[in-house]
Design a protein around this ligand. Structure first.
Ligand code: SF4
Length: 218
């Protein structure tokens, strides 16, 4: 079964599809325990669906609104036990675009599908989970995939090192950075990007601006 915390239509709050209407599906459970995690409820199971039931659910939502993208998040959507099941659904729903937010610690098995877009977190030291499956980098595509950093002030030297590594070795992968809430000033982060001439796109958590008093269901 595929265990899900919540599923709803919203506006994506984060890069690279910030501002886009999405059908967000939050899978239950995560192999990490980040210090700043804002979905501490990710272990809840509110829907338990078979692969076919989830595929029908997505199909029905997309039929009623063909412009929606599907955002699979968590928790960790691509945990080893469910990655194959999700990939099978994506293979069958060829006309639907799937965005997968994954935490970077997991080996991704399939970079070939054109309707799949990976948003891979590279966890900074302040997360207390600096685990990154580096071989994924070899397969990432400039058209479909990106790396996302979420940083605090204390991560800036680390960030500079990682961005330099990526630009020297994998310079086509799009890179995004966002600020950990309350842990770095956006002006400081912007000045850091400009001063160091980094190819980073700054992202904000748009959903927190739109719905400042809601911490779930958005
Ligand atoms: S990887 Fe994401 S869901 Fe998992 S603990 Fe870290 S922030 Fe939370």
């Amino acid at each position: 079964m595929l265990n899900i915390v919540e599923k709803f239509i919203t506006i994506s709050g984060e890069a690279p599809i910030i501002g886009s209407p999405v059908y967000l599906i939050r899978f239950s459970g995560c192999n990490l325990d980040c210090k700043y995690c804002d979905t501490k409820y990710h272990d809840e199971v509110n829907f338990s669906l078979t692969d076919d039931e989830l595929m029908d659910d997505i199909n029905n939502v997309i039929k009623s609104n063909p412009f929606l993208k599907v955002l699979l998040t968590g928790g960790e959507p691509f945990s080893e036990e469910r990655q194959d099941k999700i990939l099978n659904i994506i293979k069958k729903l060829k006309k639907v675009n799937f965005y997968i937010e994954t935490n970077g610690s997991i080996k991704i098995k399939n970079f070939e599908l054109r309707n799949i877009f990976y948003i891979i977190d590279w966890k900074a030291p302040s997360s207390n989970n600096e685990i990154f499956f580096i071989d994924n980098l070899k397969f990432m595509r400039k058209t479909n995939d990106c790396i996302k950093f979420v940083v605090a002030e204390e991560d800036l030297c680390w960030l500079l090192e990682k961005v330099n590594f990526l630009t020297n070795n994998f310079n086509e992968i799009p890179l995004f950075v966002s600020a950990q809430y309350g842990k770095i000033n956006l002006e400081n982060l912007s000045n850091f990007i400009i001063k160091n001439k980094l190819p980073l796109k700054l992202s904000i958590q748009l959903h927190k601006l739109i719905w400042p008093n809601r911490d779930r269901g958005v």
